[in-house]
Write a protein that binds this ligand. Structure first.
Ligand code: NDP
Length: 454
């Protein structure tokens, strides 16, 4: 096995080396999961619930350590990393309620009773990205385990550390050997093997639309169940009748959070033309005031990008002649830094308006009226997230129903919660994570008819 050199993006130095898994290690992890499955699905619901609660407690006890690891490895501000590990704990606690609530139905039929059961799928392969490493892993691992599946988790090679810690914590918390397995290795090797492996019943993936497309195609070979959480180019729609100052003050955090490396980033800010100048005037100090720097400094609000490659991709959206309307500051020296940047005016067919940038670059695009706002919001292959700012309640609901996207917020940019479903329309993917809906993605409905005679 060669080693993965894990880089700290704020310093460009190696912070750890871990063995790189390949096909052999992936096959071994699937075999361990398959062997563990019969006993794990047979664990009494209340006992499985307790094991998940114990795992949540174990993660909580290590919260600061895990947050520091995530902050250093993913380059995110320590305060954000603490919040994310808090969400991981909450996610395991939420799904600890599930084993005892996986209810079926009885359906009236002639000559007997028809009942449904929600059966686990078996071994599930979970492939996660580098932007929210442990958080996104928990959105998949917790409901998968709660439903009685065994898991092979493949973290991104750039950020494997917290997933490897989770594997250890699960054993310490009492989960049986083989129930949760982590393979840290390249997506094109370990990820692809999970997609093709005949003993893997389902793959849940978060990442780029391009890789997601390949996973959907590869999974067809074995008719695997697939859920895909992919890219986004979400709209933040600000109407003239909104609290424009509030919308402008909040807008930077809807796109520059996690240095813009967020599939929910509201990177297209659509503003009703008559308040465009007011909006930009209020946006300017909010963007220029963002403190970009060392992720471990408590006052930092935005860290570096994940890699040199990601910085290069992001920079390609801001060429020398780009219409930069507002730009914040970023440190010099080592680290994959990029300053928060707002482009305006931008032609509607510009790459920066159409493609997912996955970095701290937003475009501001004016619109004429409600119909044009909806048309612009929907003029994208994606449909993951979005916001609507207006004081007109009926308009807010009309627009919310008309925008083709999975998760929306009104007069807020907050839309991801442990207890509510999350997922995309169009090429942002299919299937839902979080909330009660995630359990549908990790169970198969079985219908049993019991003839009672007569
Ligand atoms: P990828 O989609 O390549 O990576 C996501 C995960 O998929 C990683 O674990 C990766 O492994 C794995 N993977 C890669 N190739 C395959 C494959 N052929 N089969 C199975 N698994 C695979 O994202 P990138 O890291 O390359 O980021 C590129 C762009 O994707 C970003 O700029 C952004 O636009 C988008 N993205 C979107 C995310 C989201 O949250 N929706 C998250 C991350 C990226 P490994 O990296 O170890 O090779």
């Amino acid at each position: 096995m060669s080693a993965i050199k894990v880089i700290e993006p704020a310093t460009e130095s190696v912070m750890a080396e871990v063995p790189r898994a390949g096909v052999e290690e992936t096959d071994a992890a699937v075999a361990r999961a398959k062997a563990a499955f019969p006993a794990w699905r047979a664990v009494a619901p209340a006992d499985r619930a307790k094991l998940l609660r114990d795992l949540a407690d174990a993660i909580e006890a290590k919260r600061e350590e895990l947050a520091t690891l995530e902050a250093r490895n993913a380059g995110k501000p320590i305060g954000d990393a603490r919040g994310e590990i808090g969400m991981v704990v909450e996610t395991f606690r939420y799904y600890a309620g599930a084993p005892e609530r996986l209810l079926g139905q009885t359906i009236p039929v002639a000559g007997g009773v028809d009942m449904t059961f929600r059966e686990p799928l078996g071994v599930v392969g979970l492939i996660v990205p580098w932007n929210f490493p442990l958080t996104i892993a928990s959105w998949k691992v917790a409901p998968a385990l709660a439903a009685g599946n065994c898991v092979v988790l493949k973290p991104a090679e750039l950020t494997p550390l917290t997933a490897l810690e989770l594997e250890v914590l699960a054993l310490d918390a009492g989960l049986p050997e083989g129930v949760l397995n982590v393979v840290a290795g390249p997506g094109s090797v370990c990820g692809q093997r999970l997609v093709e492996h005949p003993d893997v019943a389902k793959v849940a993936f978060t990442g780029s639309t391009e890789v997601g497309r390949g996973i959907a195609a590869g999974a067809a070979g074995t008719i695997k169940r697939v859920t895909l959480e992919l890219g986004g180019k979400s709209a933040n729609v600000v109407f003239a009748d909104a609290d424009v100052e509030k919308a402008a003050a909040a807008a930077p955090w809807a796109v520059f959070d996690n240095a813009g490396q967020d599939c929910c980033a509201r990177s297209r800010i659509l503003v009703e033309r008559e308040v465009l100048d007011d909006f930009l005037a209020a946006l300017k100090p909010a963007v220029e005031g963002i403190r970009v720097g060392d992720p471990l400094d408590e006052s930092t609000q935005m860290g570096p990008l994940i890699s040199a490659g990601q910085r290069e991709t992001v920079a390609s959206f801001v060429p020398a002649d780009a219409p930069v309307a507002i730009q914040g500051a970023a440190p010099d020296g080592p680290g994959y830094w990029f300053p928060p940047t707002v482009l305006c005016p931008v032609p509607r067919d510009d790459r920066a308006v159409r493609e997912e940038i996955f970095g701290p670059v937003a475009v501001v695009v004016p619109f004429r009226d409600e119909a044009e706002a909806v048309a612009l919001a929907n003029d994208t292959i994606y449909g993951l997230s979005g916001s609507i700012w207006t004081r007109d309640g009926a308009k807010a609901l009309r627009v919310a129903r008309a925008v083709e996207t999975g998760v929306l917020s009104i007069n807020s940019n907050s839309s991801v919660r442990v207890s509510t479903p999350f997922g995309g329309f169009k090429q942002s993917g299919y299937g839902r994570e979080l909330g009660p809906h995630a359990l549908d993605a990790y169970t198969e409905v079985k219908t049993v008819y019991y003839a009672t005679g007569g």
